[in-house]
Design a protein around this ligand. Structure first.
Ligand code: TRP
Ligand code: ZN
Length: 495
């Protein structure tokens, strides 16, 4: 057709006639990434998810996972198409009940084109029917779906959702979850939140879990296998659900001696961080060969290896501290990781002091004095470590020392107000390191830019005067007794 100029009124009339939106020109594809500079393709643009409803079936013999995801979302721009992050094979997609076309693109993108473009600000329901063998799928050359002799586990950071459900995979888009999983009778399925029902029909058992508080995608977890499940309540009434693989062998007693302290530790942490933010607490220990733990929301993932040398409640303290710092208040972007790991490590330091195994000041001194100025440890900036060093020891240990430096600068009264006020200020939401800096300045009434700059944003060892009272503390005492157990909490998470 040749070009000609049309009066705006005529264009609107033509649009009406053709039943296309008047502003068709503004409909565009949602971005394939949500805009995180560390991971350009993680998450997606153009919509915001409020709920994931997953109905899955898993066969441990073949590692085959199949089912449907029903995603409730709202568009945040006029969309001609949008992406989900997902690796399994898709057989059908419906948007608002109408079949949509779809295609797998680069890495882990599933591109969905609805029949009609979607106007900004409308609620949408996206149904994805899928199946696949997660252990055979990889993106960027890895898979994080862990097979076990009797099942499988999804628990990893920052990537784990792509292998088991389609999502907007970024912590800045939190949603509630209903996860219903059908497995062969005798096998159990564990996920986040509360167990709403179980039922068995013709040799298959369905487990329905509900997470009724906003949850980041990497904090959603699924474990299938033969588990022993324990239930109890903390002294303050938080329901606790733990699960132990029936196959833990020699590690079983030490795992139970640690993880059965969940209720006690949740109550203890709530003295510092405020009331526990979720409906249930707990953890699970599958028969995996990994070495790490992960703060999966309300149902922490622990590796048997962490208990191979005996009980270690310090790792339980770390992961439960994340329920406030990481899960309740989640990162705005992955560069904000110090808000998770610095504070979870600091909670272990508080626990050490509580157990009489070394004070927070001694532990900060240990970090300060055990790394000489030319140690690459000091090259990592905890406030913006870069994707390659996101989980470097420095984010944890220098990160916790930064918190001790803050405490020494503002005094205990303001410090503990900050520690408890922060989760309340951003409950069930997202925040950045910059937000924390502003908050700490506001609560303490002190200018803190210099302190944060020194501790979070310089590739250099802070001076002894910046290390306040603890510069000398590390050298003047023997290594705190708690040190090994503290470090074990962030051992083994490097692939
Ligand atoms: N966030 C986890 C913790 O502190 C540690 C972690 C970092 C991790 N990278 C991971 C866990 C990869 C599992 C996979 O406890
Ligand atoms: Zn951690």
């Amino acid at each position: 057709m040749h070009r000609r100029i049309i009066a705006p009124g005529a264009l609107a009339a033509a649009s009406l006639l053709l039943a296309i939106p008047a502003s068709a020109a503004s409909y565009s594809p949602g971005a394939p990434g949500i805009g995180d500079p560390y991971y350009p393709y993680y998450g997606n643009g153009g919509y915001d998810v409020s709920h994931y409803g997953l109905r899955l079936r898993y066969q441990p013999r073949t590692d085959e996972l199949r089912g449907t995801a029903t995603i409730s979302a709202r568009t945040t721009q006029d969309l001609s198409s949008f992406d989900l992050d997902f690796l399994l094979d898709v057989s059908e997609v419906r948007v608002n009940g109408v079949k949509a076309s779809f295609t797998h693109a680069e890495q882990h993108e599933l591109v969905i084109t609805p029949k009609k473009p979607l106007a900004k600000g409308t609620p949408i329901t996206v149904m994805v029917r899928y199946s696949g063998v997660p252990s055979t799928k990889s993106a960027y050359g890895f898979t994080t779906w862990h097979r076990t002799p009797d099942g499988a586990v999804a628990a990893d950071e920052p990537e784990s959702a792509w292998w088991w459900f389609p999502s907007n995979d970024h912590p800045s888009d939190k949603a509630t979850y209903d996860v219903s999983v059908t497995v062969p009778e005798g096998t159990r399925a564990i996920s986040n939140g509360a167990l709403r029902s179980t039922s068995t029909k013709r040799g298959w058992t369905s487990y329905s879990w509900r997470q009724d508080r906003p949850q980041a995608t990497y904090l959603a977890t699924l474990a299938i296998g033969r588990f022993d499940i324990t239930t109890s309540r903390s002294g303050r009434g938080v329901p606790v659900i733990n699960a132990y693989s029936e196959d833990l062998g020699a590690d079983d007693a030490a795992a139970r001696a640690s993880v059965e302290r969940t209720g006690e530790i949740v109550d203890w942490l709530s003295n510092y961080f405020g009331p526990y933010p979720f409906a249930t607490a707990g953890g699970y220990i599958p028969n995996t060969t990994t070495g790490y733990a992960l703060e999966t929301q309300t149902r922490v993932y622990y590796s048997p290896k962490q208990f191979a040398k005996g009980a270690n409640p310090s790792v339980v303290v770390h992961e439960l501290a994340h329920q406030w710092y990481g899960d309740d208040v989640s990162l705005k972007g992955w560069k904000d990781i110090w808000l998770n790991e610095g504070f979870a490590t600091y909670a272990q330091w508080l626990w050490s002091e509580h157990e009489g195994q070394g004070t927070t000041r001694q532990l900060a001194g240990q970090v300060y004095s055990s790394h000489p100025a030319d140690d690459p440890f000091w090259k990592v900036e905890p406030g913006d470590p870069g994707p390659d060093d996101q989980f470097d020891d420095a984010v944890y240990d220098r990160g916790a020392a930064a918190i001790q430096a803050l405490r020494e600068a503002v005094g205990d009264h303001a410090f503990f107000r900050i520690l408890k006020g922060w989760p309340k200020a951003h409950a069930y939401g997202n925040a950045s390191v910059a937000d924390f800096e502003a908050y700490a300045e506001r609560i303490s009434g002190k200018p803190l830019a210099g302190l944060f700059d020194t501790w979070l944003y310089r590739p250099a060892k802070p001076t002894a005067s910046a290390a306040r009272g603890f510069a000398a503390a590390g050298t003047s005492v023997p290594r705190p007794k708690s040190w090994k157990n503290i470090e074990a909490a962030h051992d083994g998470h490097n692939r």
